[in-house]
Design a protein around this ligand. Sequence first.
Ligand SMILES: O=C(CO)COP(=O)(O)O
Length: 262
Amino acid sequence: MPRFTIGSSLKMYFGHRRQVEWTRRVAEIASAHPAVRDGVVEPFVIPTFPSIPAVLDLAAPAGLLVGAQDVHWEDAGAFTGEVSAAELAELGVGLVEIGHAERRAMFGETDSSAARKVHASLRHGLVPVLCIGEEERGEHASAVEACLRQLEACLAVARHEGTGGTIIVAYEPVWAIGQPEPAPDVHIRAVTRALRAHLSGDGLLHHARVIYGGSAGPGLLTRIAPDVDGMFLGRFAHDPAAFGAILDEAWKIGVGDDSRAL
Ligand SMILES: O=C(CO)COP(=O)(O)O
């Protein structure tokens, strides 16, 4: 099991050519990096739907997982504009982002639609990257409470149906997305610690991982590493070199962990 899962959603920032170019550079950096070669980091990229096949061609040989930014909960039928988990699995997609704050705010995503999408993804062996986070900045305790409530609401269908698997929970406080700085370290660590404790030993969701997103960039992982399993990057990974800098950090932390264990 890699120590960290680190990746980026390209949202709708780039066109097709630029996503391919970005992936080519990040794939070069990742495949040559000891953090990826030695399994300290499991890297991923989440492009737009039409760019998935081209991104997969470059990413897969470099050890980068590829995700989709959304999914529909049904397997097939009259659902114009939607894409099923079955088709994503057929293409070789490994991850599915579900319930991102932008989809909740702009496209009517709710905990109950997210719950159906999580279930569909697990049924097809895809790993949900389930995005949760409180809307307003406040006390740690109220953020923990809101996130645990949201997490369980988004897992309700999978729990009801007894459908398990691996899941990545992306803690993304809504107020920290698209900002100059991430949430304060102590806040991130309090919430991710509580989420990890809640999910540890979960009978249904094996290997649940908790990563942080929201204006994350180089320098943050070193400060929050003891309480997270990775990071979900946005704008601050648009420069492929920044992705490389974060792999450097992860490698240093991983080597430190190993030497402490000896
Ligand atoms: O939403 C995010 C990742 O999904 C974070 O985006 P930013 O890092 O650009 O705020």
